[in-house]
Design a protein around this ligand. Sequence first.
Ligand SMILES: [Zn+2]
Length: 346
Amino acid sequence: MSATNGDRWSRGDVTAVPRCPMCGQARRDPIGVARDAMVNGTDPWMLWHCESCATAWLDPRPDDASLPAAYDFDYVTHRPPAAPRRAGWLTSLIDGYLNRRFGMHRSPSSSLGFAFFSVLAPLRLKLDYYGRHLPPGRGGRLLDIGCGNGDFVALARSMNWNAEGLDPDTAAVAACLDRGIPVTQGFVSDLGATRQRDYWDAVTMSHCLEHVPDPRSMLRDVHAMLAPGGTVWMGLPNPSSLGARFYGLHWESYDAPRHLSLPALDVLLAACRDAGFSHVEPLRRGVHTGRLYRRSAQIARERGQRGLRYASITAALFSLASDLLATVSVRHADELVVVATKAPAP
Ligand SMILES: [Zn+2]
């Protein structure tokens, strides 16, 4: 069963991926034909569900040479940063929480913020995610892989991390350099030998792993580059989420053909251990689905889907329920968040 025209797509060639990229099994069910929702895509991409581990993946996918062409438009994280927020009472509570939790230095801030958000778990988890659950930096080395316009590198530097970015995209790297953010253009292999082994105290990968052809190999590379006791933080879409089930092929996080595979939670945790990490922990997500569900409903409507199921009000109510569930459980959130730690030096 193939959805593309032979071995071509509109911007290049394709590569077959007959086995699940996470567990290697060949038994699978078709989810359906996914299309690019960002560029009015006409290419049909066959999306599969692994019977063994529940990972979702594209077969075929764009080949390595044509993968950059899948990002050849105004990709969201490659734009310059948005204007600063306006100060208000809520902002000062948020900044009070962030200052105490992450060692930031925002002002104006209210010291009541920490107490306020500590009792509002759905919002506290959202703020913890914003700082990627990191401890204050104390000058440690941090690498943000897939850093886009450098927003998080700038934030990590405000948390006293000695932070740098890595991204293959020319526009993203230009946006970082415009802001004076240290960045390397390319992939892990472009970092230089010293920085690929026992070097970084923290690595962050926000919505990165689903973009790489071989996620297990990426996890091994990241384990190698971390210093003993170092951690990797990763966030990525959950193929077993409520949103994936409810919106199906209209779920924005399928994002074909840029998302090559969406690892399921259990196989992702196992892959981290296989890569050598000694401690692997999934984290609860809290509030996060509002924009995602509005956009998924909009994608469905643009494709001619009508009715209450894809109405804005349904998205809002469903998002509220989903965020509450994501506050108490890691399993069905629309985003998986995992922190893995390399064993400390003996
Ligand atoms: Zn699998």
